[in-house]
Design a protein around this ligand. Structure first.
Ligand code: NI
Length: 143
């Protein structure tokens, strides 16, 4: 994020001393230019989490699954589910991790409620070893 191109508003914050020290340590460790950039990033991350809870808000994200493709019908079941939600799935990536295991990553965009429903359906298919939804912003909600 290029802070210079944004219109910035200055305001003062009061925080417990030890929290400020930890903020400064985080700012340095993560390589932020300054406290303001660190705090902006933290606020955006929190907002993304909140948006993911608002059922109708449009979010973007990824669903990552690992499964054994030797399990009977598993691949077909996963594909059937994905076809039911084709409007939400922008792209997918299939990687053969080893002889047994496949990893599939779906890029998704749509209402938070529908994305969550898709993620839950995929995660609960028998034979899926792990599945995780990672939510981000569509980029339209804030600069
Ligand atoms: Ni594979």
């Amino acid at each position: 994020m290029n802070e210079e191109q944004l219109s910035l508003r200055r305001f003062s914050l009061s925080m417990p001393e030890d929290l400020v020290e930890q903020l400064d340590a985080l700012t340095e460790a993560k390589g932020y230019a300054n406290r303001s950039q660190a705090v902006s990033d933290i606020v955006r991350a929190r907002l993304v989490d909140e948006f993911a809870r608002e059922t109708r808000r449009e979010i973007a994200g990824t669903i990552t699954m690992v499964f054994d493709h030797h399990k009977r019908n598993l691949q077909a079941v996963l594909t059937d589910i994905q076809h039911d939600y084709q409007d939400l799935i922008i792209s997918n990536l299939h990687v053969h991790l080893d002889h047994h295991n496949c990893m599939e990553v779906l890029a998704v965009r749509g209402p938070a409620r529908d994305i969550r429903e898709l993620a839950d359906r995929l995660a609960t298919v028998k034979g899926v070893k792990h599945s995780r939804l990672s939510v981000t912003t569509t980029g339209k909600d804030f600069s």
